[in-house]
Design a binder for this molecule. Structure first.
Ligand SMILES: C[C@@H](O)C(=O)SC[C@H](NC(=O)CC[C@H](N)C(=O)O)C(=O)NCC(=O)O
Ligand code: NI
Length: 128
């Protein structure tokens, strides 16, 4: 077994696709409308689904926002250098909500970016 995807409900699909592709460097892997269910799915990720876990963006037609809630944590993205990644993401218009530095109660260097719906995306340095 393997993790295939994490699903996020989004209020504006094009806005989210732009964030995950133009700011986070992912690819739009596929997009499909489901008219009978009045929703659209878009899958984004750093590689094809056969070999990579991806993010499934779900847009329910006419629903423009959601409560992120206190239970949701984050999606984590591996980067070569967290500090450099934050600079690059800021330069591309991304919102860093937690600057790079050692994690709470630990030493792993992390940072958090906020996606357009308020979902945190964690940046973690590649394991040495
Ligand atoms: C290792 C890396 O993948 C993490 O996600 S650790 C991030 C760290 N998590 C916690 O502190 C968990 C306990 C916390 N009370 C919670 O429920 O979130 C984290 O979120 N650190 C925040 C920070 O600013 O370091
Ligand atoms: Ni994490």
């Amino acid at each position: 077994m393997r993790i295939l995807h994490t699903m996020l409900r989004v209020g504006d699909l094009d806005r989210s696709i732009a964030f995950y592709t133009e700011i986070m460097g992912m690819k739009l892997l596929r997009r499909q409308d489901y008219p009978d269910g009045k929703f659209t799915l878009a899958f984004v990720g750093y590689g094809d689904e056969a070999d990579n876990s991806v993010v499934e963006l779900t847009y329910n037609w006419g629903v423009d926002g959601y409560e992120v809630g206190s239970g949701f944590g984050h999606i984590a993205v591996e980067v070569d250098d967290v500090y450099k990644a934050c600079d690059e993401i800021r330069a591309r218009g991304g919102k860093i909500i937690r600057d790079a530095g050692p994690m709470n109660a630990g030493s792993t260097v992390i940072a958090f970016v906020e996606d357009p719906d308020g979902y945190p995306v964690e940046l973690i340095g590649r394991r040495q």
